[in-house]
Design a protein around this ligand. Structure first.
Ligand code: CO
Ligand code: ZN
Length: 338
């Protein structure tokens, strides 16, 4: 495979693409795919009204959909006061503690920092007590850079250390990379293959719903991040850890995965000698949930990349888990689901 996961991730991590504002990430993904996939001429691609980016390679076999959401969480400006400080709402699920002293960046390059009202006791802080400071002198100057309704994303540089990759938006730009890696490996298969980079997952699995409806696949696998249970004093036990292989999803709040798809993934793991983990994520859902239930239903499963500190500016995952996930996905699709 001719792409460096960390290098490719740096490009995707720093590309603007919060839910509903996916134009830039679509452009960067399209370029990366054109540079990475051998025989890209065998594929056609389109975007739909929801801004899902969908690749297709026609085949005579079963219709298979691989999906990963490309949107990220972020914030949206709701109000700018006379002194030039902005208030904001969440785009996707944010945690208050991750936002304090956090840097954000708008599509036009404007940067700001999030701080809090000091008069509220720290432990009583809510999202309403946070504000965004772009260093403007007053409202007029602020509005030359940002407007109510403008979206912003975490502004942070990724790093790699040993087998670790860390930075904003591993969720789910590493899922996108996993799909691209699998596309590159999947040269010989007769399945009618769709690869969808879905929009607006973080605000309720919205893009995957319309993509799956339009495609109506026989089988689907979504790739996303999942929590791990391996940090000190976690509240809930979870049998997934970093660096022990990709996780085959059994269940989360949105889905109980299809048996045929799950078994195909286990068979592929055994055949390729890949370590895999069993995932039950008690909180949160994935695109798998809506793909399974759209139109007349789809046999759907998921491959998850174990990730610490999900939805913080410093998500952490293992590069070997990502590499194994690519091989796992390609093997499962190549061998089929029956
Ligand atoms: Co997420
Ligand atoms: Zn995600």
């Amino acid at each position: 495979m001719n792409f460096d996961i960390y290098k490719a991730f740096c490009g995707l991590s720093t590309t603007f693409g919060p839910s509903g504002r996916e134009a830039d990430i679509i452009e960067v993904l399209t370029e990366l795919i054109a540079d990475t996939i051998p025989h890209i001429g065998d594929w056609d691609h389109r975007t739909d009204a929801m801004n899902n980016l969908i690749y297709h390679r026609a085949g005579t076999g079963k219709k298979v959909l691989l999906a990963a959401h490309m949107d990220s969480i972020g914030i949206v400006v709701t109000h700018i006061d006379d002194n030039g400080f902005a208030r904001f709402a969440q785009v996707g699920g944010l945690m208050l503690g991750d936002l304090i002293d956090c840097r954000v960046r708008f599509q036009n390059g404007t940067r700001g920092v999030i701080s809090f009202e000091e008069k509220t006791p720290y432990e009583k802080l809510g999202f309403d007590n946070l504000f965004l400071d772009i260093g403007a002198a007053d409202k007029k100057q602020a509005e030359q850079c940002i407007q109510v309704g403008d979206f912003a994303v975490f502004d942070g540089e990724p790093f790699t250390q040993g087998d670790i990759i860390c930075g904003p938006y591993l969720d789910n730009r590493i899922g996108c990379l996993t799909l691209i890696g699998a596309m590159a490996q999947l040269e010989k298969t007769d399945c009618d293959l769709y690869v969808a980079f879905t929009a607006q997952e973080e605000v309720g699995l919205r893009g995957a719903q319309t993509a799956a409806f339009a495609i109506q696949p026989d089988y689907a696998i979504a790739v996303d991040v999942t929590d791990t249970g391996d940090m000190p004093e976690r509240k809930y036990p979870m049998a997934v850890k970093l660096g022990a292989g990709p996780a085959i999803k059994l269940m989360d709040r949105s889905v109980i995965c299809d048996n045929d798809v799950r078994n195909a993934l286990y068979r592929a793991a055994e055949k390729s000698s890949i370590p895999v983990q069993r995932e039950i994520m008690e909180f949160g859902g994935t695109d798998t949930g809506v793909i399974q239930r759209t139109a007349g239903g789809t046999k759907a499963g998921a491959v998850s990349i174990p990730t610490r500190y999900i939805h913080s500016p410093n998500e952490m995952a293992s590069i070997s888990d990502i590499k194994y996930a690519i091989i796992l996905l390609a093997q499962a699709v190549a061998d089929g689901f029956e």
